[in-house]
Design a protein around this ligand. Structure first.
Ligand SMILES: Cc1cc2nc3c(=O)[nH]c(=O)nc-3n(C[C@H](O)[C@H](O)[C@H](O)COP(=O)(O)OP(=O)(O)OC[C@H]3O[C@@H](n4cnc5c(N)ncnc54)[C@H](O)[C@@H]3O)c2cc1C
Length: 343
C-alpha cells in the first residue's frame, strides 16, 4: 500500500517505522524545517511501555533514558505537600528516539500539509499525525485545548526529581522534569495563561541557562469528543484524535497505544482499513478518558465536589489502577482525592 503520513512526531515516526517494516511504501511530511524540528514535550513517560514499543520498532529503549524517577514531589496550595512514589516514570531523549525511528524512511521536512493542497489521490491512505493541529481531518465541535509552554534549561543541580506545583486559584500546574547533567524542562499549562511558577523558578535559580523556549497548547478533549476519526482516505492517529490523558496532558503513551490499534486493524483486514472497526476500538480503549476529562472541566469551573462526583473519581481511579504500569507511578485513591481537591 502507498501511505502518506502528515507529521513526524511520536505517532507519525512510530507508525512510519512499523508500516515500512511491514512492506508498505511510506512517505512522511513534516511541516517544520529539519534544523528547527523539535519534539515539543517534557519527555516523561513510563519505561515499561516504551521498552515494549521500542522493541517492536527494533530500538533498545535503555539507550535513550536520561533520568529514572524515584519520587514525584508535589507542592500544593496552603503549604501542603505530597509525594508520589514512581515505578517506571523516566525522562528520555524523545527527539533522538523519533529521529531513529525515521531512519531509512522517505521524509520531507518543511512540507506543511493542508486539506486544500495535499495530493490525497496519490495514496491509498493518508494518516493525520499532526497532533494538536489536526490539519487534514475536519474540525471537531467539542475540541478543548489548554495553553502550555516550557523552557529547556541547563545548569540546574539541586532538582534531581520530578516536581509538580499547584498554585492557589490556578487552573493548571507547573512542572519540572529532570533530564541529565543538570538539564531539565520547566513548564506550565494554564487555561488562564498565567503560568504560575515559571518566574519563581527563575528567581530561585538565577544560574539556570535557557537552551530553548518551546510552547504549544495540549489537547485535553478525549477521543469521544474528537470525532470524526476518519474522512475519505484520511485517518487520524495520536493527539489529532484526542489520545491524551486529560488530567496530566500526557500524550506519549496514549498516542502510541492508538498507533497499535491502527496497526492491529490494518493488518487484521489484509491491509484494507476497516474504518468503523478502528473507530469502535479507539472509543472503547479510551472510554474512561471522558470521565477524566469531565473531572478536569468540573475542576476548572470550580464545580468539582469529591462526594457528589464520586462516580467519576472512582472510574478514574479504577481504570488508572488497572494500568498502573502504564503510568509509571503509584495509584492510590486517597492521594488522588487529595490531589484533585488541592490542585
Ligand atoms: C509543553 C508540553 C509538554 C508535554 N509533556 C509531556 C510529557 O512529559 N509526557 C507525555 O506523555 N506527554 C507530554 N505532552 C503531550 C505529548 O507531547 C503529545 O500529546 C504527543 O507528542 C502527541 O503525539 P503526536 O505524534 O500525536 O503529535 P506531535 O508529537 O505533536 O507531532 C505532530 C507533528 O506534526 C507536525 N505538523 C503539524 N502540522 C503539520 C502539517 N500541517 N503538515 C505536516 N506536519 C505537521 C508537527 O510539527 C509535529 O512534528 C506534552 C505536550 C506539551 C505541549
Amino acid at each position: 500500500m502507498k501511505i502518506a503520513i502528515a507529521g513526524a512526531g511520536v505517532a507519525g515516526s512510530y507508525l512510519a517505522n512499523l508500516l515500512q517494516k511491514d512492506g508498505h511504501k511510506v512517505e512522511v511530511f513534516e511541516s517544520s524545517k529539519r534544523e528547527n524540528h523539535w519534539a515539543v514535550c517534557a519527555w516523561g513517560a513510563s519505561h515499561h511501555m516504551l521498552e515494549k514499543f521500542s522493541e517492536k520498532a527494533g530500538l533498545n529503549f535503555g539507550e535513550y533514558i536520561y533520568h529514572v524517577g524515584r519520587v514525584l514531589k508535589m507542592q500544593l496550595p496552603d503549604n501542603k505537600s505530597e509525594q508520589l512514589y514512581l515505578n517506571g516514570l523516566v525522562t528520555y531523549n524523545k527527539q533522538k528516539w523519533e529521529s531513529d525511528l525515521l531512519e531509512g524512511i522517505k521524509l520531507t521536512y518543511g512540507s506543511k500539509c493542508t486539506s486544500a493542497t495535499f495530493p490525497f489521490d496519490k495514496y491509498d491512505y493518508v494518516i493525520d499525525c499532526t497532533g494538536l493541529h489536526r490539519t487534514l481531518l475536519p474540525k471537531s465541535k467539542d475540541d478543548f485545548v489548554i495553553p502550555a509552554y516550557e523552557y529547556f534549561v541547563e545548569n540546574i543541580h539541586d532538582m534531581e526529581e520530578f516536581y509538580v506545583i499547584g498554585y492557589k486559584g490556578a487552573r493548571g500546574y507547573f512542572w519540572y522534569f529532570p533530564l541529565d547533567n543538570g538539564r531539565g524542562f520547566v513548564g506550565a499549562g494554564d487555561i488562564d495563561k498565567k503560568y504560575y511558577g515559571i518566574d519563581d523558578f527563575f528567581k530561585l535559580h538565577p544560574e539556570a541557562r535557557i537552551i530553548r523556549k518551546i510552547g504549544r497548547p495540549i489537547r485535553l478533549a478525549p477521543p469521544k469528543r474528537m470525532e470524526p476519526f476518519y474522512h475519505r482516505n484520511i485517518i487520524g492517529v495520536g493527539e489529532s484524535i484526542g489520545c491524551v490523558f486529560p488530567m496530566l496532558g500526557e500524550g506519549i503513551i496514549p498516542s502510541l497505544l492508538c498507533c497499535n490499534i491502527f496497526l492491529e486493524v490494518f493488518t487484521k483486514n489484509q491491509n484494507r482499513f476497516d474504518f468503523e472497526q478502528y473507530r469502535k476500538k479507539i472509543l472503547k480503549r479510551f472510554e474512561y478518558y471522558d470521565d477524566v476529562y469531565r473531572i478536569v472541566r468540573l475542576k476548572m469551573a470550580g464545580k468539582l465536589n469529591t462526594i457528589r462526583h464520586i462516580k467519576l473519581l472512582m472510574s478514574m481511579y479504577r481504570n488508572m489502577k488497572k494500568e498502573e504500569q502504564r503510568f509509571g507511578f503509584e495509584i492510590s485513591f486517597e492521594k488522588m482525592r487529595r490531589l484533585v481537591n488541592a490542585l
